[in-house]
Design a binder for this molecule. Structure first.
Ligand SMILES: Cc1ncc(COP(=O)(O)O)c(C=O)c1O
Length: 400
């Protein structure tokens, strides 16, 4: 895995020892206005939040009493249960653990499943934070490839390569559905094969569904289903308010567990023990969650309309004149842009930043390996910034 320690939600880029981030820092300190075509912080994208409703939800009277519960507040867990009922899935609030974020949920699961040096398999390309989270828990990561099929404009898990990547100390396989940044959902036949491997080698499945709700309009609804409640192998589904309600600052995530009865009792007991050591979720986040989840439609509709609008604008922006092409996407918040060029993705990003003051991510930040350089663009940016950024980007690509 690429050793670059960067990811979009870190509060500072300053310690990142790479060229692009150093350049961004220099331009910023020169007072240059940068168009962030990779803005992933929804609270900076001009969305209209129900400010009064949110403030009312976090300041309920019941936050004044401390009622520790290792699984999290029961009412909050029932609200998460109702969220899954909208997908037609019943999960017991008893098999649910609230955490302060999805990142913390990963950390709890690494503690649960791994001794130092044990192995977890993660997709490649994917979310760059895995590297950091695994290092912090002394877990060794190995990756399995997602391969882009140009003909079908679709990403698929290379199941043979995944099988070969399972080491003798492997304890679990992570699936991100839809994946960041490829936007691809895990397919029914893929998850079945992966479960068969898990059964064979005694592994657990961790399924990160933080972007689940953001399926593309033309995505087959049957492929964007949640994996909660699967029972063949120990399964841990992760999500949280960070993306579902576009409120990363609320710091509320969760783990929903399921699997063979004989194994899950002990897994749940141990997970409860880990959660009990931290009790990390704040009373106000838990008090607010039932209202935030029930009202998520307001912010999700805006985000979905924004994503579709920006994706359409990008695909109609004259990409071929700029030797660029869009990768197929099924969901999520990102678009991948391939560029027919003999230079590297980082060189293109540096030039774009220097000449046009537009910031996008090079594909290598996410371990994308492709014949042509790949740029990663966020589709949640405000439309005017997005359009201006795309025009500048295409100008740069055309001239180089
Ligand atoms: C795939 C994926 N999982 C988890 C997270 C982190 O979510 P949280 O803010 O709940 O830690 C992100 C954040 O971008 C992500 O892209």
């Amino acid at each position: 895995m690429n050793s670059i320690k960067m990811f979009s939600k870190r509060s500072s880029w300053k310690s990142d020892p790479n060229r692009l981030m150093a350049q961004l820092e220099r331009l910023r300190s020169d007072g240059m206005e940068i168009i962030h075509l990779i803005e992933t912080n929804p609270t900076r994208c001009g969305l209209i939040y129900d400010t009064e409703g949110i403030c009312r939800a976090v300041s309920k009277n019941n936050i004044l009493q401390y009622r520790p519960n290792p699984k999290g507040d029961p009412e909050c867990r029932r609200a998460v249960q109702s969220y899954y009922e909208t997908f037609g899935k019943h999960v017991s609030a008893d098999q649910m653990f609230l955490t302060s974020s999805t990142s913390e949920a990963y950390s709890f699961l690494f503690k649960l499943l791994c001794d130092p040096g044990d192995q977890i398999l993660v997709p490649k390309p994917s979310y760059p934070l895995f590297d950091v989270l695994a290092t912090l828990d002394d877990v060794t990561l190995a990756s399995y490839p997602l391969v882009y099929c140009q003909k079908d404009a679709e990403w698929r898990i290379d199941l043979e390569a995944l099988y070969d990547a399972i080491g003798h100390r492997c304890k679990g396989i992570v699936i991100v559905s839809p994946n960041n940044p490829t936007g691809s959902y895990v397919k029914a036949e893929e998850i079945e094969r992966i479960e068969a491997y898990c059964e064979r080698f005694g592994l657990c499945l961790i399924i990160d569904e933080v972007f689940l709700d953001f399926d593309a309009v033309d995505c087959d609804p049957s492929s964007s289903m949640t994996c909660v409640g699967r029972s063949r192998v120990p399964t841990f589904v992760l999500s949280g308010l960070s993306k579902i309600c576009a409120l990363p600052q609320m710091k509320l995530g969760w783990i929903v567990t399921s699997g063979p009865d004989g194994l899950m009792q002990e897994m749940n007991d141990r997970l409860e023990w880990i959660s009990d050591a931290y009790l990390s979720v704040s009373a106000s986040a838990q008090a607010a969650a039932p209202w935030l989840l029930s009202e998520r439609g307001g912010i999700q509709d805006q985000l979905k309309a924004r994503i579709e609008r920006n994706h359409r604008a990008l695909s109609q922006s004259g990409l071929t004149d700029s030797k660029a092409f869009l990768y197929g996407r099924e969901g999520g918040w990102y678009a991948l842009l391939g560029v027919h060029s003999s230079t590297s993705d980082e060189a293109i990003c540096c030039r774009l930043l220097e000449e046009q003051h537009v910031m996008v991510h090079p594909g290598y930040f996410y371990d994308i390996e492709a014949p042509d350089p790949v740029l990663v663009i966020s589709l949640i940016c405000a439309a005017d910034q997005f359009d201006e950024g795309i025009q500048r980007m295409l100008r740069c690509l055309r001239s180089g």
